[in-house]
Design a protein around this ligand. Structure first.
Ligand code: X8Z
Ligand code: ZN
Length: 606
């Protein structure tokens, strides 16, 4: 998973940090010097690099074989790493206020604000925190529900997701939704304890709480970051609202006003996704009447008998067409590409960088469909970022900010256009401009629908960490935000014996989520810039940078910077802009927005 001074995989972030600290530094007294600071950082990087390899291996095995033993081994190694990074972070305060060379100061800052799960100094508390974190992710990974009326038949998340995607029977959809949401209540109390312990660790590091620590990783003050998120959300909200109003009206038509209130929230189980976070699967209910995108990528992939490995090769081929390296042999030897039949694994897709060199992998239960085709590009974006910054020092082996890491593969996937599919000989000819609304609609259902969810997950956690939301109100606060931002409601009344936030992977695994919101904004900025560099002048949704080595080199240059400079510099290097800016996504969907607003005339607003 992703980096961030926790384990290096992109999605799980169970690693805490540790502060093993070179023992020599523990004794240091007297006035700190710049030379001592440089040595301190050098020792910290060496120690953390060694520990993170071990931690990554333990975490990889745990996620690939969820058992009592792998969980315990993972927790033990994670504990060691956490102890070390925490100690380094605490000790680095010795150099506060000292004038230091740029890189030493930057690395000290990164050490201090890059910890995802900050652990208290107390050994017992740290171990409890690590165990709690590891156990919640494992419980999520092995989560199943066996409906009492089905004779012992059990459903995994994948089984439930399939029902959510394909069924149009509200009763069956509701049953699947409720079934999956039985998985998280058992760790609700553990989650509250986890929050307590992580907050203690954050305070010891000098932060108000863990949420403030998370918001500190953006080369700006934590409050400025919250304001940036809100500013970007307000930029895109009208676009979401247009899509929402249209979608609700179509769902009223399909299911009737007794199931979908024409003027109220959309029931969460009807949007084709367990978290209502992306609505691609209900495209057939929403497709514009007169035009069609002219092809069905899922059907094409299945008709061609594409297997999981070939799906990955398509993604790899795109990056190679930009001038990047082929994936190392070990990628294919060591990745997990399909769901094993006979054991529990964490199926949530993730990309890993085991040794900070060439040992990159993905872990994904690939299904042969268009959504997973895109997700593969997403995951490989992480791996190509990791390969690009592999030669940087340990503390710079990360993206400019975490939104960048999430945005790279998605940027590439925006180049999966009809023209590109024609080049792959998936289709004979590119559909005419008459298909544009359909093409934009399909993409908007994946991206525009996601925006409020991308924002609210961490809004919920920020309030939980700050204490504004108490454990007794976890579920109420969650649904208040779901209603306020997404405009959705649960399929039936929920209570505080539920833990619906915990039914989302990133909450169970403590992976920060604001990154996905940022990525959704950034990928359009990147795409717009790369298309301009390619000299493309048509509508942005028709632009593909496939095969353009010159543009690929520009991208590679930014990736290779890793985290060595503040993110606005990395953004500027690629796009010429130094602010995150939603005008690119707004421009991209402008024709769709106009069309939606015409369709929405006379409909109840949001
Ligand atoms: O978790 C992911 C990736 C792995 S970093 C598959 N995503 C978020 C999610 O699934 O909730 C990608 C989109 C948002
Ligand atoms: Zn990702």
């Amino acid at each position: 998973m992703q980096n961030t001074l926790s384990v290096r995989f992109f999605t799980v972030a169970v690693l805490i940090v540790f502060l093993y600290a070179a023992p020599a530094f523990a004794q240091i007294k007297g006035k700190p010097t710049a030379a001592e600071a440089a040595k301190f950082i050098e020792a910290a990087e060496a120690r953390l690099a060694a520990l993170s390899l071990k931690a990554n291996q333990a975490s990889w095995i745990n996620s690939n074989f969820i058992t009592y033993d792998t969980e315990n081994l993972n927790a033990a190694v994670s504990d060691e790493f956490t102890a070390a990074i925490t100690e380094f972070a605490v000790k680095s305060h010795r150099f506060d206020g000292l004038k230091l060379p740029y890189d030493v100061r930057r690395k000290i800052n990164l050490l201090q604000n890059g910890i995802v799960i900050p652990a208290p100094k107390d050994d017992a508390e740290r171990t409890e925190l690590t165990k709690t974190a590891v156990s919640m992710e494992s419980d999520y990974g092995r989560g199943k529900y066996c409906p009492p009326d089905e004779d012992g038949k059990c459903y995994s998340l994948g089984d439930f997701e399939k029902i959510l995607a394909e069924s149009r029977d509200p009763k069956e959809l509701k049953k699947a939704w409720l079934g999956w949401h039985t998985v998280s209540p058992p760790y609700r109390t553990r989650y509250a304890r986890f929050v307590e312990l992580a907050n203690k660790g954050a305070k010891e590091l000098g932060y108000k709480d863990t949420g403030e620590l998370w918001r500190s990783g953006y080369d700006m003050k934590p409050d400025e970051f919250s304001a940036e998120m809100e500013r970007l959300w307000l930029q895109v909200k009208p676009l979401y609202d247009s899509l929402y109003v249209y979608t609700r009206a179509k769902l009223v038509k399909k299911y009737g006003a007794s199931v979908v209130p024409p003027n109220g929230p959309i029931p969460a189980h009807l949007l084709g996704n367990m978290w209502s976070q992306e609505w691609t699967n209900i495209y057939p209910l929403l497709a514009p009447p007169s035009s069609s995108s002219g092809y069905d990528l899922t059907k094409i992939l299945q008709d061609r008998k594409t297997d999981a490995k070939q799906m990955v090769h398509y993604g790899e081929n795109f990056f190679v067409s930009l001038g990047m390296q082929k994936l190392p042999e070990t990628f294919f030897e060591r990745s997990l590409l399909t769901k094993p039949a006979d054991r529990d694994v964490v199926c949530h897709a993730s990309a890993w960088d085991l040794d900070a060199q060439q040992d990159v992998r993905i872990k994904m239960c690939i299904e042969i469909n268009a959504i997973d085709f895109t997700t593969i590009h997403h995951e490989l974006g992480h791996n190509y970022y990791q390969l690009a910054y592999a030669s940087k020092p340990y503390l710079y082996q990360d993206s400019a900010n975490d939104g960048f890491h999430e945005a790279i593969g998605d940027t590439i996937a925006l180049s999966v256009t009809p023209e590109y599919l024609k080049q792959l000989q998936f289709i004979d000819k590119s559909p005419s401009a008459g298909a544009d609304i359909a093409l934009l609609m399909e993409r908007a259902l994946a991206k525009v629908s996601f925006l409020p969810f991308g924002y609210l997950v961490d809004k919920w956690r920020w309030d939980v960490f700050s204490g504004k939301t108490k454990p007794a109100d976890y579920n109420k606060a969650w649904w208040d935000l779901r209603l306020q931002y997404q405009g959705i409601a649960p399929p039936e009344a929920r209570s505080e014996s539920d833990f619906d936030a915990g039914a989302k992977y990133h909450v169970a695994s403590n992976t920060p989520y604001a990154r996905y919101f940022l990525a959704t904004i950034l990928q359009y900025q990147f795409h717009r810039a790369l298309c301009r560099q390619a000299g493309f002048t048509g509508p942005l949704h028709r632009c593909s940078i496939y095969g353009n080595k010159e543009v690929g080199a520009n991208l590679q240059k930014m990736l290779a910077m890793g985290k060595s400079r503040p993110w606005p510099e990395a953004l500027k290097a690629l796009t010429g802009e130094d602010k995150m800016d939603a005008t690119a996504i707004i421009d991209y969907y402008a024709p769709l927005k106009k069309w939606l607003d015409e369709q929405n005339r006379g409909l109840p607003p949001r």
